[in-house]
Design a protein around this ligand. Sequence first.
Ligand code: PMP
Ligand code: GLN
Length: 464
Amino acid sequence: MSVLGKISGNLAFTYFKSVINRSLNVQLALFSSTNMSEIEKKFQLPKAYRGSKPSVWVEYIQLAADYKPLNLGQGFPDYPPPQYVTDALVEVASNRNGHQYTRGFGHPRLVQALSKLYSKIIGREINPLTEILTTLGAYEALYAAITGHVDVGDEVIIIEPFFDCYEPMVRYAGGIPKFIALKPKSTEGDVLSSKDFVLDRSELEGLFNSKTKLIIVNNPNNPLGKVFSLEELTFIADLCKKHNVLCISDEVYEWLVYKPHKHIRIATLPDMWERTITIGSAGKTFSVTGWKLGWAYCPANLMFNLQMIHQNSVYTGCTPIQEAAAIAFEKELTRLGSEDCYFNAISKELEPKRDFMAKFLQETGFKPIVPEGGYFMMADWTPLESQVNLESEQDKYKDYKFTKWMAKKVGLQGIPPSAFYGDDHKHLGENFVRYCFIKRDECLEDAAKILHNWKAGKTAQTSK
Ligand code: PMP
Ligand code: GLN
């Protein structure tokens, strides 16, 4: 990087940091203040959004910038994506054509490639023009699917722990989230698997009623890594059919499933195509989280509702990114099912990282929950409670205190899982921390060293 580039990068960072700090302070002050000035009162968030707080991502990305711990928090690889993926973007960028607006509901070459892929996988012809929408990350697909279907007063079933944006998206639409937590079958034994976390069937059944509009299933699940079994999905599907409920299936980690577990798409179960919206992400599929490219596929009548939200809020996505993703999909389509196909290679690449993380967490006193899918691991940190002094941290929830204290005093950052539960169930996440393992081996070795040193009492626990 040139000196000028470095300086402007640093300036941009400092500016960004101060803006975030200011906006966090203002918002927190507004949130807690009963004594608002007229201008503050009038220009609050509109009622539909009131009560919104900076998310765990905003807070923890700032924490990482402030204390510079080894960051196993927000999920992204710390190593480059496959060469052919970045080559595709170079090729696209160097062509002087193809930099203008593209088709609003999805770049033609990309929706064709997605249609080829998912028609094969789902076992039915998926129309690229009417049954697929490309979006700005899976976030926007979720937003369009939720806002495009939830009316004021509709109930939405959300399985905890859940990717945190589901709840505010449902509330913004006037919906009422109804939470149900995955709970451990037994707490015996040293190493739990995400498989041990299950839904209570009668509790789930009790949540379905005439007001239920949809259920959101995240499979594989973030943060737990649970991969739902055929039996579990069939139970959910039968309830959806019985009560005429839609299913949003967030499958952004669809290719990240560890043997012997298999990813089953709920849209492929009998009579579920007509009531399922499936969501994917190029960020996860090709390890390019910064591309912020997502998609949804579902029958045309449901897709119309997503299209309307997308059309009037975003209209069209980024052309070169979509073209490059199309090239990447076309390559994978030629080697689908083979060992080299990235969709198979990625979980093979990640499995040893997962196992290494489970090992060092266990050796250093945590109780890891080994995930069947995804690239996160939850671990119970409470066996280490006597080694931490959380009095300095002001947060309400213990896992927030623990993760902040660890970032500041021990130099390792994770994410507090209570962020992935509704208010009534946050205690279920408090004993845990979530770490991300899609990192270079050296990075994971450093994380292991940090924890071993901490355990051996060699960490200088002073504020940085
Ligand atoms: N769903 C889940 C479960 C996620 O973990 C994420 C985070 N990437 C998203 C959706 C959003 O994905 P994207 O970055 O493509 O917007
Ligand atoms: N899905 C990623 C995670 O869970 C990224 C989250 C985000 O960018 N908001 O860490």
